[in-house]
Ligand binder design. Structure first.
Ligand code: AMP
Ligand code: MG
Length: 441
């Protein structure tokens, strides 16, 4: 049996290959597209250097509401100047006439001839005259350059704006928009095929035409809602495709889901069909189900003869695991096979895929080396590393949520941490300290 760490290393190696092979794609900087909140703009990684096409700011402009002046006219201290034409933001001003001070607003261009701004608060009078009214204003000494934001003071044209590898956050997008960059090349998102196996899984009709999000009726249901579709005898709804899709897309993957019955031919046909003229349609395949000791272990039967390794990891839930690369066309496609029980599948994601995927996508993850004290005891199979669903109470004590059975996904959903009971430990008691992984995702 492999340890969790050994298997995590094997899967991390596969995932690293995924990121080495990623192509690039071009993302528009159009704010109307960014405003859609499309996850494809979240924390994307630049694939190429971006050079500034213009200066930022593009022109000298005022940092204050005040008066644009010639500083040397105020060299000898306070002096009355004739109030000139107002300069609002967005207006290209005429040159500043000698002996005048032009009311200027923040962000408005500094007129030719002016080289400083005196803020309105220190002018006499300390407020702007009504539009069209003529008069004088007494202004104090102003050094050259005062409150002038010079062209290129943030970024110079042809400067490197951002280097390849930069992770794009909100400020980066703001800079790209400010600089008038139309589009940037970013590292493509890993394309992940989630393949649920099991003849018991209800095959859901494609939602292609129905939007995932639509206005709610606003009425609280009086009783249980009608199920999405009625289950035939012995059928169950597919939990893993949903849970893994959300877990994977949260880490920046582009996911497509597939369902296959427990038929080797069907699974192989699906995977072989991933071959396209441009290589595999996916960068990673994650299967669930069909890897343990039953009579219809479709994933194992289909993939073991084709080079995918199957083995037991000393953990519970999630013991049976598969990993390797599958020849698809000319290429070899990384494949990770999780067991089908919904808790096993999701804990397998937590233990094996989450960290390497986040690392590849350059996303910081919360630290996971916390320990906490148990509020209650529990038994654990000494040969297995147990990952028990649990909640922390207000005092930080660990309470187990439900039993260790790996079909109890609803109990997983109530949990806030996974508590570790390592190999070699058959029993933990209240007061014992255990490692806990926060279920942030
Ligand atoms: P398997 O790993 O295929 O032996 O499946 C183990 C258990 O998980 C069985 O009870 C399956 O019905 C269940 N199961 C497998 N795949 C899924 C799925 N996608 N959603 C919900 N339950 C599943
Ligand atoms: Mg199965």
């Amino acid at each position: 049996m492999r340890t969790i760490e050994e298997h995590a290393e094997a899967v991390a190696g596969l995932v690293a290959r995924v990121f080495e092979g990623l192509s690039t794609e071009t993302l528009s900087v159009d704010s109307r597209l960014l405003a859609r909140g499309d996850s494809s703009t979240r924390r994307r990684v630049l694939a190429a250097d971006v050079v500034a096409p213009i200066d930022l700011p593009p022109f000298d402009n005022s940092q204050m509401d005040g008066y644009a002046v010639r500083s040397r006219e105020l060299a000898d201290g306070p002096r009355a100047l004739t109030i000139g034409r107002r300069i609002p933001a967005g207006v290209a001003p005429p040159p500043l006439e000698a002996g005048t001070a032009a009311p200027i607003m923040t962000g408005a261009p500094i007129p030719d001839g002016a080289d400083a701004v005196v803020q309105i608060e220190v002018a006499d009078p300390p407020r702007f005259l009504p539009e069209g009214e003529h008069g004088d204003v007494v202004l104090p000494h102003a050094p050259a350059g005062q409150f002038v934001r010079t062209a290129g003071s943030d970024v110079r044209r042809n400067d490197l704006l951002f280097a390849a590898g930069t992770v794009l956050g909100p400020a980066h997008w703001g800079v790209l928009a400010s600089a008038g960059v139309a589009a940037v090349d970013v590292v493509a998102q890993p394309r992940v095929a989630v393949v649920s196996t099991g003849s018991e899984l209800r095959v859901e009709a494609s939602p292609a035409s129905a939007p995932a999000l639509r206005p709610a009726s606003g009425q609280a249901p009086a009783s249980a809602p009608a199920p999405a579709s009625a289950l035939a005898a012995a059928e169950i709804h597919d939990a893993n495709a949903a849970s893994l899709s959300v877990a994977l897309t949260d880490l920046g993957a582009r996911v497509e889901v597939f369902q296959v019955p427990d038929a080797v031919d069907a699974l192989l046909a699906l995977l072989v069909g991933f071959a396209t003229a441009d290589g595999p349609a996916f960068d990673l395949v994650v299967t669930t189900g069909g890897v343990s000791a039953g009579a219809y272990e479709v994933v194992r039967e289909a993939l073991e003869p084709r080079g995918i390794e199957f083995g037991s990891v000393a953990m519970q839930p999630g013991g049976p695991q598969g990993w390797g690369t599958l020849p698809v066309g000319e290429a070899s496609l990384p494949v990770v096979c999780f067991p089908g029980n919904p808790v096993s599948a999701l804990i397998s994601f937590q233990a094996f895929l989450r960290v390497p995927l986040a690392a590849g996508a350059r996303r910081a993850l919360p630290r996971r080396d916390a320990t906490a004290v148990l509020a209650e005891g529990a038994d654990s199979p000494p040969g297995k590393h147990q990952l028990r669903r649990a909640r922390l109470d207000a005092a930080g004590l660990v309470h187990f949520v439900g039993g260790p059975s790996s079909h109890l996904l609803h109990q997983y959903a109530q949990a806030t941490v996974l508590a570790h009971i390592p190999v070699g430990v058959g029993r933990v008691e209240a007061g014992d300290e255990v490692v806990v992984w926060a279920l942030d995702d």
